[in-house]
Design a protein around this ligand. Structure first.
Ligand code: OSB
Ligand code: MG
Length: 370
């Protein structure tokens, strides 16, 4: 297939509710959508999961736009591509900027699947027709609010509860949750809010039978996490620290992580995500699919990825209505009793809703070859 046209849209969508992590609160989601068209008029869609500001990683909407326009589009526009795995190879001359790369690569995967009349799930080699869904809950005003929120999500059937923690909002919060929900699969995500000086505090979490603690230490660390894991019973799961198969191999060899959160954008695309999945499966490390508060386009990619066999823990990919009043795809992603049914339409399996997309488009750029 020949990549003839690329359109980038700068999007602005307001989430139903603000989301608070150890870094702060936000509600407006600014992100990029990218559409690629081949010589036959087939299209594919990708989403940049970079946030407007660099709190989660160094990438932002602005850096993604810059890298995509100035470096990635010149590499792929007009190119003949046999398989989407070729995209990451073409991008090896560009260091890092994984979320930017993933935006383009994701669109090419969707295009490839549609052109070959298969679902993205089939193109990836996925197996499931439904996936298990957990929920990630931001930091709440007080513990009573949190207990009520969690109770609601358990009633809705979510298969696992994840709560954000930060210093001063950790052990007592988890204690209270465990008291109220003794059986529920529960985990905590620190988004790098702790250091090795907090070992004694983190050890107190061991008594609550958490499925895992996600990214307790620095976002660029895999050394201290190994030191911490030796002192914790609770399995550590790395999120921010893992950008590639190589990071995965090193973290597993060092004993820094027992579970991996795979985010397509953070690792540079579906091809690398699949490699990490396969490596973890060989090494008996369970994986799950993380979330970046995606719109329907990115969410659809997550659903397809989660159908691979080693995604044995519930992911953060909840249904559209958890985040959005109106999503940019039809139908929306729907969670029912803690499951999402994997769509069987070709490509990402959900139709981009152009009217809604237009409504939330702030700026649009178009590139094409003659
Ligand atoms: O650390 O997993 C994270 C949201 C934004 C940035 C980072 C993270 C999160 C979440 C929510 O935990 C995931 C989601 O519901 O999409
Ligand atoms: Mg996380």
């Amino acid at each position: 297939m020949i990549l003839k046209e690329i359109t980038i849209r700068v999007m602005k969508m307001r989430m139903k509710k603000p989301f608070t992590t150890s870094f702060g609160t936000f509600q407006d989601k600014d992100f990029l959508l990218l559409e690629v068209k081949d010589e036959l008029g087939n299209t594919g869609w990708g989403e940049s999961v970079a946030f407007e500001s660099p709190w989660y990683s160094e990438e932002t909407l602005g850096t993604n736009l810059h890298i995509i326009e100035e470096f990635l589009i010149p590499i792929v526009l007009g190119k003949e591509i046999g398989h989407p795995d070729e995209i990451s190879e073409l991008f090896t001359a560009i260091r890092k900027n994984n979320m930017a790369k993933s935006t383009v690569e994701g669109a090419v995967w969707d295009l490839y699947a549609k052109r070959n009349k298969m679902t993205l799930t089939q193109a990836l080699g996925g197996e499931r027709d439904k996936i298990e869904v957990g929920i990630s809950i931001g930091i709440q005003e007080n513990v009573a609010d949190l207990v009520e929120t969690v109770s609601g999500f358990i009633k809705e059937g979510y298969k696992r509860i994840k709560v954000k923690i930060k210093p001063g909002y950790d052990v007592e919060v988890i204690r209270e949750l465990r008291k109220n929900f003794p059986q529920v699969p529960l985990m905590a995500d620190a988004n790098s809010a702790y250091t090795l000086e907090d070992v004694e505090l983190l050890k107190q979490l061991d008594e609550f039978n958490l499925t895992m603690i996600e990214q307790p230490l620095a976002s660029d660390d895999i050394i201290d996490h190994a030191v911490l894991q030796k002192q914790l019973k609770t399995p550590i799961c790395l999120d921010e620290s893992i950008h590639s198969l190589e990071d995965t191999r090193k973290a597993i060899e060092l004993g820094s992580t027992q579970i991996i959160n795979i985010k397509i954008g953070r690792v540079g695309g579906l091809t690398e995500a699949k490699k990490i999945h396969d490596y973890c499966m060989e090494h008996r490390i369970p994986v799950w699919c993380g979330g970046m508060l995606e719109s329907g386009i990115g969410r659809a990619h997550n659903v397809a990825l989660t159908t691979l066999p080693n995604f044995i823990l519930p992911g953060d990919t909840a249904g559209s209505s958890r985040y959005w009043k109106e999503d940019v795809i039809t139908p929306e992603v729907v969670t029912e009793d803690g499951y999402i049914t994997v769509p069987n339409a070709f490509g990402i399996g959900y139709e981009p809703d152009l009217a809604t997309i237009d409504k939330f488009t702030v700026e649009e750029m178009h590139y094409q070859v003659e």
